[in-house]
Ligand binder design. Structure first.
Ligand SMILES: *Cc1c(COP(=O)(O)O)cnc(C)c1O
Length: 468
């Protein structure tokens, strides 16, 4: 036993010997010496361990080199990958929400690779204000006096409350104490911002008198939160914004509206269901409106605060603004995105979010018919594919009830144990070079083609689908 072991162990090459093989020298040129040495060492260590168990079989040197190449490829591949979002949810938070426009991507590249006048006033040659670059567009598009940009909408809500309501009370309807997902709860943000939440009304009905009765010496603001991801139907009542605004004004309190998604255009113009806009909220009397940059706006992750100039000035002075500010990349992307709104006629083509949301069903169906044969061929005898009518969602809290008619492909495994097989199918699609993310419903793996823009890449990689 001992003898066999010794002989087998002697067959394991030295680290240097492996490093000197031509294939491994190439790996050193590609990945750098330290990573390759580390990988070879680990690999030979495992080989040695294998030989201590009687089942161990020595790999020959070419096999070791190949394994080394594979491990390096995996270890150095970025964990952040491009994927096909075929979930049917256009603004999918887990898949990065809005895709930015081509012109915005170009602007980002410029800003990343060059010095820019981020906080430098070129006219006066003095220190400038970073939000200045986008404020004019935001004011124009929302009808507000001033604007400020922070890391995301959660930060916007936090900063507004922390500035205006610390150690004081903010009145909110019980019907709007929402959780957005990813553990973002309005009551938690309010608590962390240092203000006291004063809940009024009930889950389904809140009246103006509820707000009026709650106002006291400690009240610092009235807040309205857009019920982003749910709707209450039936016996419901909410106080219209103009009425809340009037009540707030009567008591010299700021009226804050957290819109969440906040589209800058009237979506009905593009045949989509109506979604409240910051302009509507400002016109209804809101003193401050907060909304996200990467939801319906179709820009980078950021949070926008628009409204009264005196309140925005106060917010700007909050030291936490520094901690929540955005970088030059975000500002460059936001600026280029806002510019697209200057021409609403071209917007639906150039802003990917709107382009995807307005894709005609017939268009998506024609695409489904086109890719179906290639998909069926790739699935071979493992599963059947057929086109189906489905409904896409906007996502990220916009219009929870309204679904957009779309077309997809349902893939159903053949044979017994279909439940396990459909999971395996989803995994196979997820492990393609550009992972395909769909959803499982009623024993089928379903892909909604609304967001499939790079059709040729999708079809080309189907040849690599590995089904057991
Ligand atoms: C999405 C949303 C938020 C959080 O916005 P983020 O940009 O994800 O930080 C806050 N409030 C409402 C109403 C929302 O819909």
């Amino acid at each position: 036993m001992l003898k066999t072991d010794t002989v087998a162990r002697r067959a394991i090459p030295s680290v240097d010997r492996v490093l000197n093989r031509a294939a491994v020298v190439e790996l050193i040129a590609r990945y750098g010496r330290p990573l390759v040495v580390e990988t070879v060492r680990a690999l030979l260590e495992e080989e040695r361990a294998l030989h201590y168990t009687s089942t161990g079989v020595a790999h020959d040197e070419p096999a070791l080199a190949a394994e080394c190449a594979e491990r390096l490829r995996r270890a150095t591949a970025s964990s952040l990958k491009t994927v096909f979002n075929l979930t049917g949810t256009v603004l999918h938070t887990n898949l990065g929400r809005a895709l930015i426009a081509e012109s915005a991507a170009q602007a980002a590249l410029q800003a990343m690779t060059h010095a820019v006048n981020l906080e430098y006033d070129l006219d006066g040659g003095a220190r400038g204000e970073r939000d200045h670059h986008v404020a004019a567009w935001l004011k124009r598009l929302t009808g507000s006096e001033a604007a400020i940009v922070v890391n995301n909408n959660a930060a916007a809500v936090y900063l507004v409350l922390n500035t205006l309501a610390q150690r004081k009370e903010v009145i909110v309807s019980r019907g709007e104490l929402i959780e957005i997902g990813g553990a973002f709860r309005i009551p938690d943000i309010m608590a962390r911002s240092g203000c006291r939440l004063r809940e009024v009304g009930t889950t389904n009905r809140t009246h103006a008198s509820d707000f009026r009765d709650a106002i006291n010496a400690r009240t610092s603001a009235i807040m309205k939160v857009h019920a982003s991801n749910y709707s209450i139907e039936g016996f419901v009542a909410a106080v219209p914004e103009p009425e809340l605004a009037a009540l707030a004004r009567e008591h010299a309190l700021p009226f804050i509206v957290d819109l969440g998604s906040g589209t800058l255009v009237d979506l009905e113009r593009y045949g989509l269901p109506h979604e409240p806009t910051p302009r509507d909220a400002i016109a209804a009397g809101a003193d401050l409106v907060t909304f996200s940059g990467d939801k319906l706006l179709g820009g980078p992750q950021c949070g926008l605060i628009v409204g009264r100039a005196d309140l925005i000035a106060k917010i700007r002075k909050n030291p936490m603004k520094r901690a929540l500010r955005v970088d030059k990349l975000t500002l460059a992307v936001l600026d280029a995105t806002l510019r697209l709104y200057a021409d609403p006629d071209r917007l639906a083509q150039e802003l990917p979010t709107l382009r995807l949301l307005t894709r005609p069903r017939a268009d998506i169906e024609a695409q489904a018919q086109r890719v179906l044969p290639a998909l069926s061929a790739a699935l071979a005898a493992h599963a059947d594919a057929e086109t189906i009518a489905c409904a896409s969602q906007i996502g990220s809290g916009a219009l929870p009830v309204d679904a957009l008619p779309s077309c997809g492909i349902a893939i159903r495994p053949r044979g017994k144990r279909r439940g396990a097989l459909v999971d395996a199918l989803a995994t196979a699609f997820r492990t393609l070079p550009v992972p395909v993310i769909g959803r499982i419903k009623d024993g089928a793996f379903i892909i909604d083609l609304r967001c499939l823009e790079d059709e040729s890449r999708f079809v080309a990689q189907l040849a690599e689908l590995r089904l057991a």
